[in-house]
Design a protein around this ligand. Structure first.
Ligand SMILES: [Zn+2]
Ligand SMILES: [Zn+2]
Length: 261
């Protein structure tokens, strides 16, 4: 199992793409601007999209992806792309994006009977089975309903899990659940520097000091990759992260990195 970072930035600029991961060739985890770097045939191979929440930096690739691959997938007789998310996230997509004003309703195109997208609600705690790959929906604490994911590396890996927190502020429930799992990687956000701690609190994101409090609840020594840093903030955030006395191995996630499970 392979996870490629298509985008891991908290905003855009040249060379910076927002959150998207590709699991193997066919599962997209969040659909930020990083999706746009995939060639058309790779876009057409995506069968599932898992969403952490409804914020634009995580979903804006979906309407554009649907338009890009509709003809190719229809010509090849491929099934609809399944979009998996919380019911509130799916409702937000329907109401605010696929509403005929921002974008056509691709859950009814090219036809109502055989659309390019179908929507599939999940709940925190669900365990999805996507072609034999098990993915657990984890809790998150953000300004809109949000989740994280734990991808089970399977028996060959000793059930090591790749964990992505999604956008989140402090979240004790997450650490209670992770105490029961073996982790290969933890991808956790730190969207703000300590200078912006107040902003981090109101927007329910983490800053390095809060990250330290969160990671203190995680046993062992885990490969921790920091994500969702804004362009221009990388040095300030990572200086704060490196100043933490943490037993974990901390580094900044980079677009293009691959993590093998
Ligand atoms: Zn968000
Ligand atoms: Zn975000």
């Amino acid at each position: 199992m392979n996870i490629r970072v298509l985008g891991c930035s908290g905003a855009i600029a040249a060379g910076y793409k927002t959150t998207a991961f590709l699991l193997d060739d066919d599962v997209l985890i969040d659909a930020g601007t990083g999706v746009g770097d995939l060639p058309l045939d790779a876009l057409a191979a995506i069968d599932h999209i898992l969403l952490t929440h409804s914020h634009l930096d995580h979903v804006l690739g979906i309407p554009l992806l649907a338009d890009a691959v509709l003809r190719l997938r229809a010509a090849a007789g491929r099934p609809p792309i399944q979009v998996h998310a919380l019911p509130q996230t799916l409702a937000a997509l329907q109401q605010h994006i696929f509403n005929g004003a921002i974008w056509p309703d691709f859950t009814r195109l090219p036809s109502r009977e055989a659309p390019v997208l179908t929507l599939h609600p999940f709940q925190v705690g669900d365990r999805l089975d996507l072609g034999g790959r098990a993915i657990e929906v984890l809790s998150a604490a953000h300004t809109v309903p949000a989740v994280g994911f734990a991808v089970d590396g399977g028996a060959a890996s000793g059930h090591a899990h790749w964990v992505f927190t999604g956008d989140t502020g402090p979240n004790p429930a997450l650490w209670q659940r992770l105490a029961q799992l073996r982790l290969s990687h933890l991808v956790i956000e730190t969207a703000f520097s300590d200078d912006e701690m107040e902003l981090a609190h109101v927007s329910q994101h983490l800053c390095p000091t809060e990250l330290g409090r969160e990671l203190a609840q995680l046993a062992g020594s885990v490969d921790v990759r920091i994500t969702h840093i804004k362009p221009g903030e990388m040095d300030a955030v990572m200086a704060g992260v490196q100043a933490l006395s943490s037993p974990h191995r901390l580094s900044a996630l980079q677009a293009g990195q691959e993590m093998v499970l």
